[in-house]
Design a binder for this molecule. Structure first.
Ligand code: NDP
Length: 286
């Protein structure tokens, strides 16, 4: 069965749009997300446009700051500090990757924790690993919602995550662990990847390698979540999973596009609302 991220995310966004209607009367305004794009990377431009469109569709306020690719690190950090101090801004997202002259870790640390809609700030990460209230990174959060939407409970299951990035692999492994799965995390130095992936009842792949997971690497009945967004040699959009050989064996599988991607965007909207409410209720860790 296909795990239809587009449909689940549409339902989530419709629910958010409904909630937003009550906000102006209660708080005098709607949540405001500022997205910063540095440079002209075409994929980043597409992501930023998608995010702004979704922000406006749910009824939030959206601002996109586009800075030239030769922006100095200090200038970007100053812009972020201004936004941190601006009471009319609830969420700040700096689109990654950044040009080489800018230190991503420094940028992430500079965003106020209470406005960190991506959940990448070290204090949010620490809170996640200590099971404290935090902003959960959008893609892992979206994956867990997608599983829940199909009634898939990770409890007691063998979950295998391919990839150990701060953005996807590690946080999704932690969320699966919190949901009581037994989790294995694989990476580029894993000795026998196929042996690990074949043991998975839930397989999450976030490696950024076009169609690397093939049918013989997956067990009959596995739930397969494909996070990858790649272009193959013909320039066609594809995931990290070879859909044609894996789908016949999987009990559930996400398509690319239309699986995890839309869930990420919907969760960004949810995180923006969460930051807005935390700030107005004085619960923000700023
Ligand atoms: P990173 O490049 O940061 O991490 C990739 C991870 O995969 C690393 O941990 C790496 O291992 C591991 N890896 C790479 N090659 C192999 C291999 N041959 N075997 C086993 N492990 C391997 O990528 P991200 O986590 O940021 O993104 C992963 C993919 O997900 C990309 O295609 C990205 O575009 C996509 N993505 C999609 C999103 C969505 O909303 N749909 C959101 C975010 C990302 P090691 O640590 O050893 O280097």
């Amino acid at each position: 069965m296909i795990l239809d991220g587009k449909a689940v995310s549409a339902a989530l966004k419709a629910d958010l749009a409904q909630k937003v209607k009550a906000l102006p009367e209660k708080y005098g305004r709607v949540p405001h997300l500022v997205v910063i794009l540095v440079g002209e990377d075409p994929a980043s431009q597409v992501y930023v446009n998608n995010k702004s469109r979704a922000v406006e569709a749910v009824g939030f306020r959206s601002t996109t700051l586009t800075l030239p690719s030769d922006t100095a690190e200090d200038d970007l950090l100053d812009r972020i500090r201004e936004l941190n101090a601006d009471d009319g801004v609830d969420g700040i997202l700096v689109q990654l990757p950044l040009p080489a002259q800018i230190d991503e870790a420094k940028v992430i640390r500079t965003i106020a924790v209470g406005k960190d809609v991506d959940g990448f700030h070290p204090l949010n990460v620490a809170a996640l690993w200590q099971r404290m209230p935090c902003i959960v990174p959008c893609t892992p959060k979206g994956i867990m919602k997608l599983l829940a939407s199909a009634g898939i409970d990770p409890k007691g299951k063998r979950a295998v995550v391919v990839g150990r990035s701060n953005i996807v692999g590690l946080p999704v492994a932690k969320l699966l662990l919190d949901a009581h799965a037994t989790v294995t995390v694989c990476h580029s130095r894993t000795a026998d990847l196929a042996e690990e992936t074949r043991r998975a009842e839930i397989l999450v792949v976030a490696a950024g390698r076009p169609r690397m997971i093939t049918g013989e690497m997956v067990s009959e009945g596995a739930v397969v979540i494909d996070v990858g967004v790649n272009r193959d040699k013909e320039g066609k959009l594809c995931g990290d999973v070879d859909f044609d050989t894996v789908a016949p064996k999987a009990s559930f599988i996400t398509p690319v596009p239309g699986g995890v991607g839309p869930m990420t965007i919907a969760c960004l909207m949810e995180n923006t609302l969460e930051c807005f409410l935390n700030r107005l209720r004085g619960q923000s860790p700023e």
